[in-house]
Write a protein that binds this ligand. Sequence first.
Ligand SMILES: C[S@@+](CC[C@H](N)C(=O)[O-])C[C@H]1O[C@@H](n2cnc3c(N)ncnc32)[C@H](O)[C@@H]1O
Length: 132
Amino acid sequence: MKPMSRLRGWLRGKQPTLPSTAAYALWAANYPPHAHNPLMELEQRAVSALLPPLTALWCSIWRGTGRYGLLAQERGAGQIISLDNSPAMLERNPLTGRVCATSEALPLPTQSVDVLLCGLALGHLPGVTLSI
Ligand SMILES: C[S@@+](CC[C@H](N)C(=O)[O-])C[C@H]1O[C@@H](n2cnc3c(N)ncnc32)[C@H](O)[C@@H]1O
C-alpha cells in the first residue's frame, strides 16, 4: 500500500494500532542511536543543557538503541543501565548493561540510581508514575 493511502486509512481509523513492542520490532532496524530528525535534535540540545555531571551511576530508562547512553558515556558516566521492553531496540544498542524490562515493573531498588533519563518515551505510558 502506498504511504499516502496508508496515512488516509490510518486517519480514518482503518489501520490497527500496534502494541509498542511490535511497532519497535519493525522500527528498530531503522532507528540509529543518535538524533535522526529535527525534533530529536532540538530535544537532545535542550536535554544536554540540563544534564548534571555524569560521573555518578546513570540509568537511562527506555533507552532504545542507545542515543542517551552513548552521550552519557561520552560525558564520563560511571555505570549505564539501559532499560527497554523492546528486545529489538536493545539488540541494536552498542553498550553493555542492557536490561529488557517494562517500566511498569522496574527491576531497580528504590534510590538505586543517581540520574534517570527517559528520552521520548513517556508518551507510551500516560498513566505511569515513576518512583526510584
Ligand atoms: C521513541 S523511542 C525512544 C528511544 C530512546 N530513548 C531515544 O530517545 O532515542 C521509545 C522507546 O520506549 C520504549 N518503550 C515503550 N514502552 C515501554 C515500556 N512500557 N517499558 C519500557 N520501554 C518502553 C520503546 O521500546 C522504545 O525503545
